[in-house]
Design a protein around this ligand. Structure first.
Ligand code: 5GP
Length: 191
Protein backbone atom coordinates (compact mmCIF):
# COMPACT_ATOMS: atom_id res chain seq x y z
CA UNK A 1 0.00 0.00 0.00
CA UNK A 2 1.77 3.05 -1.33
CA UNK A 3 0.36 5.53 1.19
CA UNK A 4 1.71 3.49 4.12
CA UNK A 5 5.08 2.86 2.43
CA UNK A 6 5.48 6.60 1.73
CA UNK A 7 4.64 7.40 5.35
CA UNK A 8 7.20 4.86 6.61
CA UNK A 9 9.86 6.30 4.26
CA UNK A 10 9.11 9.82 5.46
CA UNK A 11 8.55 9.35 9.19
CA UNK A 12 9.84 5.86 10.10
CA UNK A 13 13.13 5.61 11.97
CA UNK A 14 15.36 2.53 11.75
CA UNK A 15 16.77 1.59 15.16
CA UNK A 16 19.42 -0.88 16.23
CA UNK A 17 18.32 -4.49 16.65
CA UNK A 18 16.03 -4.56 13.61
CA UNK A 19 13.41 -2.27 15.13
CA UNK A 20 11.48 0.17 12.98
CA UNK A 21 10.16 3.10 14.98
CA UNK A 22 6.82 4.35 13.71
CA UNK A 23 5.54 6.04 16.84
CA UNK A 24 4.86 9.33 15.04
CA UNK A 25 1.92 7.86 13.10
CA UNK A 26 1.22 4.25 14.04
CA UNK A 27 1.71 3.17 17.61
CA UNK A 28 2.02 6.19 19.85
CA UNK A 29 0.68 9.20 17.99
CA UNK A 30 -1.82 7.77 15.50
CA UNK A 31 -2.64 9.05 12.01
CA UNK A 32 -6.35 8.30 11.85
CA UNK A 33 -6.76 9.20 8.18
CA UNK A 34 -4.00 6.73 7.36
CA UNK A 35 -5.72 4.12 9.59
CA UNK A 36 -8.93 4.75 7.68
CA UNK A 37 -7.21 4.05 4.35
CA UNK A 38 -5.63 0.93 5.86
CA UNK A 39 -9.05 -0.23 7.06
CA UNK A 40 -10.48 0.32 3.58
CA UNK A 41 -7.66 -1.70 2.05
CA UNK A 42 -8.12 -4.63 4.47
CA UNK A 43 -11.85 -4.57 3.72
CA UNK A 44 -11.07 -4.73 -0.02
CA UNK A 45 -8.59 -7.59 0.49
CA UNK A 46 -10.95 -9.59 2.72
CA UNK A 47 -14.19 -8.73 0.90
CA UNK A 48 -14.70 -12.39 -0.01
CA UNK A 49 -14.78 -13.78 3.55
CA UNK A 50 -17.52 -13.52 6.18
CA UNK A 51 -15.80 -11.64 9.01
CA UNK A 52 -17.99 -11.02 12.06
CA UNK A 53 -15.29 -10.11 14.58
CA UNK A 54 -11.87 -8.47 14.62
CA UNK A 55 -9.31 -9.69 17.13
CA UNK A 56 -6.19 -7.72 18.05
CA UNK A 57 -3.75 -7.39 20.95
CA UNK A 58 -3.20 -4.49 23.30
CA UNK A 59 -1.99 -1.86 23.03
CA UNK A 60 -0.74 -0.95 19.54
CA UNK A 61 -3.25 -3.01 17.58
CA UNK A 62 -6.35 -1.49 19.13
CA UNK A 63 -6.47 1.87 17.33
CA UNK A 64 -6.08 0.51 13.81
CA UNK A 65 -8.39 -2.44 14.53
CA UNK A 66 -11.14 -0.05 15.66
CA UNK A 67 -10.88 2.13 12.57
CA UNK A 68 -10.77 -0.98 10.34
CA UNK A 69 -13.86 -2.33 12.11
CA UNK A 70 -15.85 0.63 10.84
CA UNK A 71 -15.37 -0.76 7.34
CA UNK A 72 -16.34 -4.29 8.37
CA UNK A 73 -19.18 -3.19 10.71
CA UNK A 74 -18.12 -5.71 13.34
CA UNK A 75 -16.97 -5.50 16.98
CA UNK A 76 -13.32 -5.52 18.03
CA UNK A 77 -12.00 -7.77 20.79
CA UNK A 78 -8.47 -7.18 22.07
CA UNK A 79 -6.37 -9.77 23.84
CA UNK A 80 -5.24 -8.39 27.18
CA UNK A 81 -1.74 -8.77 28.50
CA UNK A 82 -2.38 -10.40 31.87
CA UNK A 83 -0.35 -9.35 34.91
CA UNK A 84 -1.03 -12.40 37.03
CA UNK A 85 -2.87 -15.27 35.46
CA UNK A 86 -6.24 -15.96 36.99
CA UNK A 87 -7.17 -19.32 35.54
CA UNK A 88 -10.81 -19.62 36.46
CA UNK A 89 -12.01 -21.20 33.23
CA UNK A 90 -13.55 -17.97 32.04
CA UNK A 91 -10.74 -16.98 29.69
CA UNK A 92 -8.74 -18.35 26.79
CA UNK A 93 -5.02 -17.91 27.36
CA UNK A 94 -1.83 -18.05 25.32
CA UNK A 95 1.81 -17.29 25.99
CA UNK A 96 3.54 -14.69 23.83
CA UNK A 97 7.24 -13.90 23.63
CA UNK A 98 7.67 -10.18 23.10
CA UNK A 99 9.90 -9.12 20.20
CA UNK A 100 10.53 -5.64 21.55
CA UNK A 101 10.97 -6.58 25.24
CA UNK A 102 12.30 -10.14 24.98
CA UNK A 103 10.15 -11.57 27.76
CA UNK A 104 7.22 -13.98 27.83
CA UNK A 105 3.80 -12.82 28.91
CA UNK A 106 0.28 -14.26 29.00
CA UNK A 107 -2.55 -12.90 26.93
CA UNK A 108 -6.19 -13.56 27.71
CA UNK A 109 -9.58 -13.18 26.03
CA UNK A 110 -12.83 -13.70 27.86
CA UNK A 111 -14.88 -16.68 26.69
CA UNK A 112 -17.85 -14.32 26.59
CA UNK A 113 -16.49 -12.57 23.52
CA UNK A 114 -15.21 -15.37 21.29
CA UNK A 115 -16.82 -18.71 20.42
CA UNK A 116 -17.43 -21.35 17.72
CA UNK A 117 -19.89 -19.10 15.85
CA UNK A 118 -17.24 -16.46 15.17
CA UNK A 119 -15.41 -15.76 11.90
CA UNK A 120 -12.34 -13.84 12.93
CA UNK A 121 -10.01 -11.40 11.22
CA UNK A 122 -6.86 -10.76 13.27
CA UNK A 123 -5.30 -7.31 12.90
CA UNK A 124 -1.94 -6.18 14.27
CA UNK A 125 0.63 -3.46 13.66
CA UNK A 126 3.78 -5.56 13.06
CA UNK A 127 4.68 -9.06 11.99
CA UNK A 128 8.27 -9.90 12.96
CA UNK A 129 8.91 -13.38 14.40
CA UNK A 130 5.22 -14.20 14.48
CA UNK A 131 4.96 -14.84 18.23
CA UNK A 132 2.14 -12.37 18.87
CA UNK A 133 0.19 -13.88 15.96
CA UNK A 134 0.80 -17.44 17.12
CA UNK A 135 -0.70 -16.50 20.49
CA UNK A 136 -3.76 -14.90 18.88
CA UNK A 137 -4.23 -17.86 16.52
CA UNK A 138 -4.04 -20.22 19.49
CA UNK A 139 -6.82 -18.24 21.18
CA UNK A 140 -9.01 -18.42 18.05
CA UNK A 141 -8.42 -22.19 17.92
CA UNK A 142 -9.21 -22.61 21.64
CA UNK A 143 -12.49 -20.80 21.04
CA UNK A 144 -13.38 -23.13 18.17
CA UNK A 145 -13.82 -20.03 15.99
CA UNK A 146 -12.96 -19.82 12.28
CA UNK A 147 -9.87 -17.80 11.38
CA UNK A 148 -10.62 -16.00 8.11
CA UNK A 149 -7.27 -14.26 7.88
CA UNK A 150 -4.73 -11.84 9.27
CA UNK A 151 -4.28 -8.18 8.36
CA UNK A 152 -0.88 -6.71 9.22
CA UNK A 153 0.21 -3.10 8.79
CA UNK A 154 3.98 -3.68 8.53
CA UNK A 155 5.55 -7.07 7.93
CA UNK A 156 9.29 -7.29 8.36
CA UNK A 157 9.95 -9.70 5.51
CA UNK A 158 13.50 -10.38 6.65
CA UNK A 159 12.20 -12.01 9.86
CA UNK A 160 10.63 -15.49 9.83
CA UNK A 161 7.09 -14.70 11.09
CA UNK A 162 5.41 -14.26 7.69
CA UNK A 163 6.61 -17.59 6.37
CA UNK A 164 5.88 -19.34 9.67
CA UNK A 165 2.25 -18.18 9.80
CA UNK A 166 1.56 -18.67 6.06
CA UNK A 167 3.01 -22.21 6.26
CA UNK A 168 0.15 -23.05 8.64
CA UNK A 169 -2.27 -22.24 5.82
CA UNK A 170 -3.28 -18.88 7.28
CA UNK A 171 -4.01 -16.06 4.84
CA UNK A 172 -1.85 -13.05 5.77
CA UNK A 173 -2.30 -9.69 4.02
CA UNK A 174 0.41 -7.18 4.93
CA UNK A 175 -0.02 -3.60 3.72
CA UNK A 176 3.74 -2.93 3.66
CA UNK A 177 6.44 -5.59 3.57
CA UNK A 178 9.92 -4.39 4.51
CA UNK A 179 12.54 -6.27 2.52
CA UNK A 180 15.51 -4.76 4.31
CA UNK A 181 16.34 -1.74 6.40
CA UNK A 182 19.32 0.00 7.96
CA UNK A 183 20.01 3.38 9.50
CA UNK A 184 22.12 4.53 6.57
CA UNK A 185 19.93 3.57 3.59
CA UNK A 186 16.54 3.58 5.28
CA UNK A 187 13.80 1.13 4.39
CA UNK A 188 13.35 -0.95 1.22
CA UNK A 189 10.01 -2.57 0.44
CA UNK A 190 9.18 -5.82 -1.29
CA UNK A 191 7.34 -5.64 -4.60
P1 5GP B 1 6.39 -10.80 16.63
O1 5GP B 1 5.54 -11.41 17.69
O2 5GP B 1 5.84 -11.04 15.23
O3 5GP B 1 7.83 -11.13 16.74
O4 5GP B 1 6.34 -9.22 16.87
C1 5GP B 1 5.12 -8.56 16.80
C2 5GP B 1 4.98 -7.51 17.85
O5 5GP B 1 6.24 -6.94 18.23
C3 5GP B 1 4.14 -6.40 17.32
O6 5GP B 1 2.85 -6.47 17.90
C4 5GP B 1 4.87 -5.13 17.70
O7 5GP B 1 4.26 -4.57 18.83
C5 5GP B 1 6.26 -5.56 18.05
N1 5GP B 1 7.26 -5.26 17.01
C6 5GP B 1 7.93 -6.16 16.27
N2 5GP B 1 8.83 -5.58 15.46
C7 5GP B 1 8.70 -4.26 15.67
C8 5GP B 1 9.37 -3.11 15.10
O8 5GP B 1 10.27 -3.18 14.25
N3 5GP B 1 8.96 -1.90 15.55
C9 5GP B 1 7.97 -1.77 16.48
N4 5GP B 1 7.63 -0.52 16.83
N5 5GP B 1 7.35 -2.82 17.05
C10 5GP B 1 7.69 -4.06 16.64
Amino acid sequence: MKLLEDKIRKDGVVKDGGVLKVDGFLNHQMDIELFDEMGKEWKRLFADVPVNKILTIEASGIGMACIAAQHFHVPVVFAKKAQSLNIDGEVYTAKVESFTHGRVYDVIVSKKFLGPEDHVLIIDDFLANGKALEGLIQIVESAGATLEGVGIAIEKGFQPGGELIRSKGVRVESLAVVESMDAENGVRFRG
